[in-house]
Design a protein around this ligand. Structure first.
Ligand code: AMP
Length: 122
């Protein structure tokens, strides 16, 4: 699969579509999810063109990776999520129902998030 530069998150980075911004630096942008699944549901996305966790982890330069994960941690700190905890999750590919093909980390918080995967699959 090739990266589509007109995917919705690429358009948000370019300012073509608005977002409810939480944090931005040279490596990452974070904004509230449009359809939150927890009291706090923020998406952190890298500024570079990466399809998924898999693509980002394999292809991004070390500086971009460190910058991105440091930014994600800063978002959690800025929102005060550490005290009660939060979940960082990256859907990757079809079985995980990844909808937007620009790598993003979901940060969920603000309530007891339950067990890791709700449906018992094994
Ligand atoms: P995923 O299934 O991991 O690809 O998640 C994509 C997420 O992007 C979903 O939780 C959507 O609600 C969210 N989303 C889609 N469009 C927007 C948007 N314009 N602004 C904020 N969040 C969005």
């Amino acid at each position: 699969m090739t990266y589509d530069p007109n995917n919705i998150f690429a358009r948000i980075i370019r300012g073509e579509i608005p977002c409810n911004k939480v944090y931005e630096d040279e490596y990452a942008l974070a904004f509230h999810d449009i359809a939150p699944q927890a009291p706090v549901h923020v998406l952190v996305i890298p500024k570079g063109e990466y399809l998924s966790f898999d693509d980002f982890s394999k292809s991004a330069p070390a500086e971009a990776m460190a910058g991105f994960y440091r930014a994600a941690q800063k978002v959690a700190e800025q929102l005060g999520l550490q005290e009660k905890g939060y979940r960082a999750l990256a859907n990757t590919g079809a079985d995980a129902h990844q909808e937007v093909m620009h790598y993003h980390l979901h940060l969920f918080a603000g309530c007891d998030l339950g067990s890791m995967i709700k449906k018992g699959l094994v």
